[in-house]
Design a binder for this molecule. Structure first.
Ligand SMILES: [Zn+2]
Ligand SMILES: [Zn+2]
Length: 235
């Protein structure tokens, strides 16, 4: 009876699915998974990677289960703009599997997430990165700890070109409790990595305030662009 009143929906596309199913058959087929082995510097599959190992000294590595295309992009947008806890638990589980595979030898002390400003959180009522981090933490049996605050709102990353994006988040984040992160090996979660500027800035603050290592984990990573094109996706 419950299923008739509240039909189970595919976490990515929202189509009605059979009880006990989380992702519909079509989405499971269509989801663009990052092939393994993945590049630890950008989180893309090694055969797709164009990063030439450029990386920041503040981040130990990046990993994502999916590329930000098609149904996964749709799922993340559902998570971001409509409150969809099922999406967070399904993507969180995929992220946890990815962390187990890509960071198999790393012993994390805690899971944390990219914060929003208070106003942003009030407006959306939840932080999708926090929902994902909580789901990852539950899967990995680790504590999910809020460690960062976002001090002010930035221009939408969407409107800025690649070069200006990293400057756009400079100085935006601060740690809330340095005691909680000192000497800790941290798994930092977010929904999406495009340029990596936001995650790198968060990792930088965590490291400056005493964290021992910061590994990044996102639900999806932008598909690497072989050539610069005018159209850009967003962070
Ligand atoms: Zn679906
Ligand atoms: Zn790479």
């Amino acid at each position: 009876m419950r299923y008739i009143l509240f039909p189970r929906r595919c976490a990515l596309c929202g189509a009605v699915v059979a009880p006990g199913t989380e992702i519909c058959f079509r989405c499971e087929e269509a989801a663009h998974r990052v092939p393994t082995p993945a590049c630890p510097y950008c989180g893309c599959g090694r055969r797709d990677c164009v990063c030439e190992k450029r990386h920041s000294r503040f981040t130990a590595a990046f990993a994502s289960p999916f590329y930000y295309t098609g149904v996964v992009r749709k799922g993340i947008r559902r998570l971001k703009f409509h409150e969809e806890p099922d999406v967070a638990s399904v993507l969180g589980r995929e992220m946890a599997l990815c962390a187990r595979r890509e960071y198999a030898d790393v012993r994390f002390d805690l899971v944390t997430f990219v914060p929003m400003t208070r106003r942003e959180k009030r407006e959306r009522r939840y932080n999708q990165s926090e929902l994902l981090a909580a789901s990852v933490a539950q899967e990995l049996r680790l504590p999910c700890v809020p460690t960062l605050e976002k001090l002010y709102e930035t221009n939408r990353q969407r409107s800025l070109d690649h070069r200006r994006r990293s400057g756009n988040v400079f100085g935006v984040f601060e740690t809330t409790d340095p005691q909680a992160i000192r000497g800790k090996r941290i798994l930092l979660c977010d929904d999406l990595r495009t340029t990596g500027a936001t995650l790198t800035e968060c990792a930088k603050m965590l490291r400056i305030r005493g964290a021992c290592e910061v590994f990044c984990l996102t639900a999806a990573v932008g598909y690497p662009k072989k050539k610069r094109s005018g159209k850009d996706d967003t962070e």
